[in-house]
Design a protein. Structure first.
Ligand SMILES: Cc1cc2nc3c(=O)[nH]c(=O)nc-3n(C[C@H](O)[C@H](O)[C@H](O)COP(=O)(O)OP(=O)(O)OC[C@H]3O[C@@H](n4cnc5c(N)ncnc54)[C@H](O)[C@@H]3O)c2cc1C
Length: 464
């Protein structure tokens, strides 16, 4: 494994990197095939506040066993299974104990960056020569699933770092840029953000107004970006801007108005003219940093252009990578909500019997499990296609669209099963439900992916 040193003697298996875990006797292989949902203590919401809270905290500490009705585990390689189980344990041990507090405080759990880096989750499907784990895409997807089982904000951090910053540097960067940034980012020593969306251009990024003008020494950026994950804490921003004075202008111009090609630039923290104030008062993705980026005559050296980037296709290629991870991540949120709803339905007593004994509750659970299972199969096969080099962006659109919508429905249904308790921070469902509102909108809204599919089916674009 290329990442950091060997594990210390007192470390638990979770502190191993993913490939190290593959060779370890300490990580016991767990197959998800059994439908054995672990028991938890007493019912919550029984009218005894102190006891309820203790019980609820105990319930939260229950180790997650996964949801795998169709025995997908049996199709996984040892490496894929170990990647999943290692991150699952990390989420149980490190994410779950702190995530609600961070969510309530609207703070990102920065203390998780270093351990996530030690596990090798950042850019896990990028090559080992750049300090990355070099895992296949199914293993990478399973990592995203497990992270989002903890919280969409934690998965978003890893998605942006890996798929939206490390990937464009890997795909469009110079050798020097790759060697400088990728090992640092894999090790969590540098944090990245991806600036495409603008205040007036979300679903239609081709209209962007941010401009990079050629100067004697490099580029001068002017404009602004909005809704940028990790922005305020990022050491480097991948910023997409239309060029002026670039030799590539005219070759791939996108707006026909005398402004050139969209290209990617690396803007480092502290560059004069660059600011990244945090956006506050969110109801969703509260354990995630969301920021504006502003560029006011921001001068960057010529070496900070991503030389192989050109045209809107470049940022869209990055979004395909990130949406792939989201298709898996949404399964994780849904699995967490389903699991919590099953536990609750077995324990919560009304009319002298567990609410799980009522047909209406069982119908909800059957529907949730069916949809989770279908989404998992979709994500898994998409991963196989990606590993075979056959995955098409429209297939990613289908999976992102379906799986995030599925997860929202599962979260909402789980919330109803938990009754009043479902709205409290003692349970996960409403945090996931609120988070998924952002996931539904970012990386291409549900509606835009519908139009992508509609165009692919009919050959007729229906955007305007
Ligand atoms: C928490 C969070 C984090 C984010 N992180 C990032 C990030 O890191 N980097 C980044 O660049 N961006 C990020 N985004 C921005 C995100 O990608 C955009 O919000 C998204 O692309 C939608 O743009 P918009 O919000 O401007 O909505 P709009 O484009 O204004 O759309 C509003 C509504 O109109 C619909 N609509 C738009 N056009 C059409 C059409 N032609 N036909 C039918 N319906 C249409 C949309 O589907 C939507 O329902 C983030 C957003 C959020 C909420």
């Amino acid at each position: 494994m290329t990442r950091s040193g060997p594990p210390k003697a007192d470390e638990t298996p979770v502190s191993q990197t993913l490939p190290e875990a593959l060779q370890s006797d300490a990580v016991v292989e767990s197959r998800e095939g059994e439908r054995d949902v672990p028991r938890h203590a007493a019912p919550a919401g029984n009218g005894a506040p102190a006891g309820v809270q203790a019980t609820q905290r105990a319930a939260r500490r229950v180790t997650f066993q996964g949801v795998d009705y169709y025995d997908l585990s049996s199709l996984l390689t040892d490496e894929q299974r170990m990647a999943r189980d290692t991150v699952r344990r990390f989420v149980d041990e490190r994410v779950m104990p702190v995530i609600e507090e961070h969510y309530q405080a609207a703070s990102f759990p920065r203390e998780l960056i270093e351990p996530m880096a030690e596990l090798g989750v950042f850019g896990a499907n990028l090559p080992e020569e750049y300090g990355c784990a070099g895992l296949d895409n199914v293993a990478y997807g399973l990592i995203m699933q497990e992270l989002e089982r903890g919280d969409s904000g934690v998965r978003s951090f890893a998605s942006v770092q890996g798929a939206l910053v490390m990937y464009p540097i890997f795909a469009f960067g110079s050798d020097e840029q790759k060697r400088h940034w990728l090992p640092r980012m894999a090790a969590g020593q540098a944090i990245g953000c991806f600036g495409l969306t603008e205040p007036d251009f979300g679903s239609n990024p081709a209209g962007m107004r941010t401009v990079a003008e050629r100067t004697a020494d490099g580029w001068r950026l002017n404009g602004s970006k909005m809704w940028i994950t990790n922005g305020t804490i990022a050491d480097v921003a991948v910023v997409w801007a239309k060029t002026r004075g670039d030799e590539a202008d005219g070759a791939g111009g996108v707006d026909g108005a005398g402004v050139g090609t969209i290209r990617g630039f690396l803007v480092e923290r502290g560059t004069p003219g660059y600011a990244a104030p945090e956006m506050h008062r969110k109801h969703s993705l509260r354990a995630s940093v969301t920021s504006e980026l502003t560029f006011d005559d921001c001068e960057i050296p010529a070496a900070n252009l991503l030389p192989e980037s050109g045209g809107l296709k470049s940022p869209l290629m990055c979004l395909t990578q990130a949406r792939y991870g989201i298709a898996w991540g949404a399964c994780g949120s849904a699995m967490a909500c389903y699991d919590e709803a099953v536990r609750y339905s077995r324990e919560r007593i009304q009319f002298d019997r567990p609410i799980g004994g009522f047909q209406l509750t069982q119908a909800k659970l059957a529907e949730m499990l069916t949809e989770v299972t279908k989404a998992q199969l979709l994500a898994y096969h998409l991963g196989r296609l990606k590993d075979d080099g056959k995955m098409k962006p429209v297939q990613v659109s289908l999976a992102k669209r379906n799986n995030v919508h599925m997860a929202m429905e599962v979260a909402r249904t789980a919330r109803t099963i938990l009754g009043a308790n479902g709205i409290t921070s003692e349970y996960q469902v409403m945090r996931h439900m609120n988070n998924l509102e952002s996931v539904y909108t970012y990386e291409g809204t549900h509606e835009i992916h519908t139009l992508v599919l509609g165009q692919d089916i009919t050959g007729i674009p229906a955007y305007v």
